[in-house]
Design a protein around this ligand. Structure first.
Ligand code: R5P
Length: 320
């Protein structure tokens, strides 16, 4: 890498930013991201970034507003310091659930966040498994939307020769599991989920045959854990032998961790798009973490060298 490539981090996930920088063979860029006594965000980039290609790693995970605002302030700082390009690497893109007006008098918050990022000076966005892929179109700059599947699937490769079924907790997930099913030579099933509120989920029929099979439930995120735990119960009630879960973003709001540990789910594999406390994924926990550091590091390398990023989308295009 040339010296004019710098990777910066806010406070959302310094560990992931450090691993990405390590993959690139770079030290993490020197920047202070702190608070004034009244809670306002204070940033000072210590490096000379004039004419440089800067990458800012910051998932907008809880505390969402703090992390989003840190990202905006960092972007503004780098733009005013004359960086040539500023890429926001947002492994988890928060506020993605409000991507359309599905009733009167509601905001489209995902679009608002895209506007804010562009207003702050971002020139490119790299993100992973957006809750709604069409959010890419909310930006008028390039968005590299990566898939975590190549990183996650190897945690399930051992099941490939067994009788497995790939399942998703709602019909929206069908597209997500189609590739998985092809790669693992598995059948597919869908749980008919209805959401009555942010933390109230009802599951109904299962479409597809799960009887006597190992079910792998795939979802983009675990927020309260309600969807995945209820879907697991439904799949087991329909005769599955055991249930494993795979989700890209471990938002883990409220009682999610306890819900999962107390559930009948055998194992949960998530990425480190969002940091987890050691107690949530350490020994004795059902939760395993697969790192996105190499995938994101490789994307940054290719963007910097103006090489293809879309070749990372293919399962065999990148061996994590
Ligand atoms: C829904 O569309 C998503 O794919 C997830 O299933 C959902 O956001 C998870 O939320 P929770 O864990 O709160 O049920």
């Amino acid at each position: 890498m040339k010296a004019n490539c710098q990777v910066y981090s806010g406070n959302a996930h310094r560990g992931l930013a450090e691993s990405i920088a390590q993959y690139l063979g770079l030290p993490l860029g020197a920047a202070y991201v702190g608070r004034f006594p009244d809670g306002e965000i204070d940033v000072k980039v210590e490096d000379d970034v004039r004419g440089g290609e800067c990458f800012v790693v910051q998932p907008t995970c809880p505390p969402v507003n703090e992390n989003l605002m840190e990202l905006l302030v960092l972007l503004d700082c780098l733009r005013r310091a004359s960086a040539a390009s500023i890429t926001a690497v947002i492994p988890y893109f928060g506020y993605a659930r409000k991507d359309r007006k599905d009733e009167g008098r509601v905001p489209i918050t995902a679009k608002l966040v895209a506007n804010l990022l562009e207003a702050a000076g971002v020139t490119r966005v790299v993100t992973v498994d957006l809750h709604a892929p069409q959010i890419q179109g909310f930006f008028d700059i390039p968005v590299d939307h990566l898939y975590a599947q190549p990183v996650l699937i190897r945690h399930f490769q051992a099941y490939a020769s067994q009788d497995i079924v790939l399942a998703c907790p709602d019909v929206g997930g069908m597209k997500l599991i189609r590739n998985w099913a092809k790669q693992l030579d598995a059948s597919m099933a869908v749980v008919d989920k209805r959401r009555h509120g942010p933390d109230e989920v009802e599951t109904g029929r299962i479409i597809g045959d799960v009887r006597d099979r190992i079910a792998i439930l795939v979802d983009d995120m675990i927020a309260t854990g309600g969807s995945i735990v209820k879907a697991a119960d439904a799949v087991l009630a329909a005769g599955a032998r055991e249930v494993h879960v795979c989700a890209t973003h471990p938002v883990m709001a409220g009682e999610a961790h306890r819900r999962i540990e107390e559930s009948r789910i055998s194992r949960v594999v998530v990425t480190d798009s969002i940091p987890l406390a050691p107690a949530q994924c350490g020994p004795g926990s059902k939760i395993e973490v697969a790192s996105l550091a190499r995938l994101l590091g490789e994307a940054i390398k290719r963007i910097y060298h103006k090489d293809s990023v879309s070749s990372l989308f293919a399962l065999d295009g990148f061996i994590p």
